[in-house]
Design a protein around this ligand. Structure first.
Ligand code: FAD
Length: 410
């Protein structure tokens, strides 16, 4: 393990997370971990020095949970990806980022259903669920997890899967981010890397109300092979996504969009095509919720007047064919996720309140929201009490803690 203090030339590079609003959080030290033994050593160092600790994968947490004033475990050197082609099993180091996962697995004609941000970490994404363009076809990223190696707070290394430490394996699939231990590698049952069509349908913002109305009664029920998200910003409404079959705009065709299709893209190329352009370095806040019913027209009008960017993600498909208690991820009956985003926190809270009246009350654990009062129900639903028991079993000293963690803050 390399211990990096504030005077080290890499300190500022490594400590800054993906979201610039958390740049000011300065760890006492950074433990750079290149192996499972390094993680054990880092945990032992934190115990000896009485420092709070947190692991960092890709550093994209909306609630800064991978930043700390204590010991930050930088797992980025743990990024090896190996593939066993016969069983389509991919073993991915906990520091790997999504773009390299897609690229490496594609060499074997494989992929996993996962998110779009190229620098999002595989570990954080999987531990909170994992939504992406193949999710309606193959489920959450965590639904493809078949095993994980975990270093517990006392330094014990365990492998968990459906047979060994099965309750830990259950809990990691949807509620595992910095809750039970530090994952060092994840094994996935990979799926074929498809050739696909990327589509973008764009309208002027003046059409946004009718586009939202059409989207919410179409995208959640579309065939599993099609995932269409919707973004409404100050200038336009855009539906974008991927289909594994020929693109059919369904009822959207009658709304006369400008259509941009790219056909026959490899899966890594399709993913890359959705993050082209300069990276967004603005400070953006967000709040979100899941919905089981469409928003009525008057709520849509109010939302469009609230001034936030609105991001709609379809659920349904394979996401909802898994029982709510099969993994820790409880939200298996939702139609879509709506995120309100922008620079102004108060505008976001107002926008969220308008939609909240129609929401299911469930919140995606990977989009944590410090404002939530009943967060146990919002994140974990009926799985909360089982998760509490598993927390006590695997982290009895509550070493892994943060304000909305299963063991509570210290
Ligand atoms: C630009 C952007 C794009 C996104 N796109 C998507 C998307 O397409 N789909 C989607 O579902 N979500 C998406 N998200 C949300 C994303 O899933 C979460 O932010 C996720 O937690 C990021 O994981 P990370 O490893 O990058 O983050 P980190 O901040 O490193 O980690 C998140 C949490 O997991 C913990 N953790 C990290 N590694 C480990 C480990 N090895 N062991 C134990 N705990 C660990 C951290 O301590 C922290 O609590 C996006 C977020 C951003 C900012």
């Amino acid at each position: 393990m390399d211990l990096i203090g504030p005077d080290h030339k890499l300190y500022d590079v490594l400590r800054k997370p993906a979201l610039p609003q958390f740049d000011n959080i300065r760890p006492a030290a950074i433990a750079r971990c290149s192996s499972t033994d390094d993680v054990t050593e880092a945990l032992s160092y934190a115990r000896a020095t009485n420092l709070p600790l947190t692991p960092r994968g890709g550093g994209h947490c909306f609630a800064a949970r991978s930043s700390t004033t204590g010991l930050m475990l930088d797992l980025s050197p743990l990024s090896t990806i190996t593939v066993e082609p016969a069983g389509a099993l991919a073993t991915i180091g906990a520091g790997a980022r999504l773009a390299s996962v897609y690229q490496r697995l594609h060499e074997y004609g494989l992929t996993i259903p996962a998110g779009c941000g190229p620098t999002v970490g595989i570990a954080g994404l999987t531990l909170g669920g994992g939504l992406g363009l193949l999710g309606r076809r193959y489920g959450l990223t965590c639904d493809r997890l078949v095993a994980a190696t975990v270093v517990l707070a006392d330094g014990t290394v365990v492998t968990c899967d459906a047979e060994q430490e099965a309750d830990l394996f259950w809990a990691l699939r949807g509620a595992g981010g910095c809750q039970f231990g530090v994952l060092t590698s994840l094994v996935f049952a990979a799926v074929p890397s498809p050739t696909a069509t990327r589509f973008k349908l764009t309208w002027p913002r003046s059409h946004a109300a009718e586009v939202i109305a059409a989207w919410q009664s179409w995208a959640p029920d579309a065939p599993d092979d099609l995932t269409a998200s919707l973004t409404v910003n100050a200038n336009e409404a855009q539906i974008f996504g991927a289909t594994l079959t020929e693109f059919d705009p369904g009822p959207l065709a009658t709304l006369a969009p400008e259509i941009d299709l790219r056909t026959d893209l490899s899966w890594p190329a399709l993913k890359a095509s959705l993050s082209e352009g300069d990276p967004d370095t603005r400070i953006i806040h967000s709040k979100s919720e899941f919905f089981r019913n469409p928003l009525p027209p008057d709520a849509i009008t109010q939302l469009l007047n609230a001034g936030c960017e609105l991001n709609f993600t379809p659920m349904g498909g394979a996401y909802n064919r898994v029982p709510a208690d099969a993994t820790a991820f409880a939200h298996r009956n939702e139609r879509f996720l709506l995120e309100h985003a922008g620079p102004d926190r108060n505008a976001i809270r107002r926008s969220w309140s308008i939609a909240h009246a129609y929401a299911s009350g469930a919140v995606y654990p990977n989009f944590p929201d410090p404002d939530l009062t009943d967060w146990p129900t919002a994140y974990h639903g009926p799985n909360y009490s089982r998760l509490r028991d598993i927390k006590v079993k695997y982290d009895p000293g509550n070493v892994f803690s943060f304000p909305q963690s299963l063991g509570g803050p210290k």
